[in-house]
Design a binder for this molecule. Structure first.
Ligand SMILES: *Cc1c(COP(=O)(O)O)cnc(C)c1O
Length: 409
């Protein structure tokens, strides 16, 4: 595969980079697809530059692994995905913004719609044959973010005329608490979705094409087992279920709260934890080393003071690379297969490791921020816990100046 120049630096560069294992991505897709079963379509979410993993690497890998659908946030991301994967269907989950209809249609993107203004703009696009522009209609089943309410649904449906250019291809909703094991939210959402489907069945103009897909459920709905209820609901309305998978494709299983005790859900999850492989590793190298005496201060404001003679390794990675400033004095990175604590504040472009306890650390030694070295691993959840956030944010916060190197081609 041809890679964009930025993914394979031919010149020596500042040593702070992401390794993207496209083979792991393909394997994860195939594993999740098999878990869902052949009757369920699995859309590969590659929004936000493939969760920071690189759209240009992951979208083609997903298509190679069998994904027919890709999910992005915007028309801009959709145009990039369509250039990388001309054969894929591309869902623009954030919808088209005013004035973007022509670009959307020119790139054959499929928008999520929920607002009459969006539908009116798309329906007014010139030159589109009847039913030629597929749209996915999002229902607000409780998240109060995107989607049409049940009350507003009938008047929105009246806009899908048989002669108009829009075709209602899928009914969609977003489950917002699939990570609450055995929680009450998803059943309530699916009950509202069922009501919406009945309304659609009853009020869609008779001559208008029928929807084909029921699009609901993200990684947690698959790994937590809710995909079976989604499948059953889809069956009752003769629709094909379409899951929209993000995080798990990148090799990280969402965490469930409370954790599953035993039973089928626990088995699915532990099987997934064994099979999913992280796609991204974030690495750097030791720039130089210094010895400091007891009492020496380290970094801005001297928040770290040496309690004994210490050995420090300087790293070319800082918060401008996405290394969270809150990790200073409270997280460790891997060098020589061991955990070395971050000493002092993280600077914009640099950080300092305490390597006093690790013999023979030398300039050029590889340091792992996320990933495995020797027998030790730093997971996205380790990092997320230390900064009180979630793996999704960890991945998408790695800065664009951190180049990607494709491995596992
Ligand atoms: C990001 C996103 C997903 C994927 O979620 P994961 O938890 O990463 O699997 C699914 N649906 C919508 C609408 C999304 O925005």
């Amino acid at each position: 595969m041809d890679l964009p120049a930025t993914t394979r630096p031919s010149q020596p560069t500042r040593p702070c980079w992401r390794e993207i294992d496209t083979q792991a991505f393909r394997q994860n897709y195939r594993f999740l697809r098999a878990l869902a079963g052949k009757d369920i379509e699995c859309l590969a979410i590659v929004k936000a530059d493939a969760y920071g993993h690189g759209l240009g690497l992951c979208a083609p890998a997903g298509v190679e692994a069998g994904a027919q659908w890709l999910g992005v946030t915007s028309v801009e991301e959709g145009a990039a995905a369509s250039a990388a994967c001309p054969s894929a269907r591309i869902l623009v989950m954030g919808g088209a913004f005013p004035g973007q209809g022509a670009e959307l249609a020119a790139n054959r993107l499929t928008p999520v719609v929920w607002d009459p203004l969006q539908i009116d703009e798309l329906a007014a696009l010139p030159g589109l044959p009847p039913a030629s522009l597929a749209v996915h209609l999002e229902i607000d089943t409780g998240m109060s973010r995107q989607g049409v309410s049940l009350d507003d649904l009938p008047s929105l449906l009246a806009r899908f005329t048989a002669s108009g250019p829009l075709r209602l291809e899928a009914v969609m909703t977003h489950l917002y608490a699939s990570d609450e094991a055995n929680g009450a939210t998803t059943p309530a959402q699916l009950a509202r979705l069922e009501r919406a489907l009945s309304v659609i069945q009853a009020t869609l103009p008779a001559a208008a094409p029928r929807p084909e897909f029921l699009s609901a459920g993200a990684s947690a709905a698959l790994l937590g087992g809710e995909f079976r209820e989604i499948g059953a609901l889809a069956n009752r309305f003769k629709l094909r279920p379409l899951l929209r998978l993000g995080l798990a494709l990148y090799g990280v299983a969402p965490r469930f709260d409370p954790p599953f005790g035993s039973g089928l859900e626990a088995k699915i999850l532990s099987n997934s934890l064994e099979n999913l492989r992280p796609v991204l590793a974030w690495k750097t190298r030791v720039t130089s080393l210094r010895s400091i005496p007891a009492g020496a201060e380290v970094g801005y404001n001297g928040t770290f003071v040496a309690t004994e003679p210490m050995r420090l390794a300087l790293l070319p990675v800082g918060y401008a690379d996405g290394l969270d400033r809150r990790l200073g004095n409270r997280f460790s990175l891997l060098v020589r297969g061991q955990r070395a604590p971050l000493a002092g504040r993280i600077s914009m472009d640099q950080a300092v490791l305490d390597v006093t306890e690790i013999p023979d650390v030398a300039p050029g030694d590889e340091v792992v921020i996320l990933g495995t070295q020797g027998g030790e691993t730093i997971t996205a959840y380790d990092y997320a816990d230390a900064t009180e956030t979630i793996p999704w944010e960890i991945f998408t916060r790695i800065a664009s100046r951190v180049p990607r190197v494709a491995v596992g081609l």
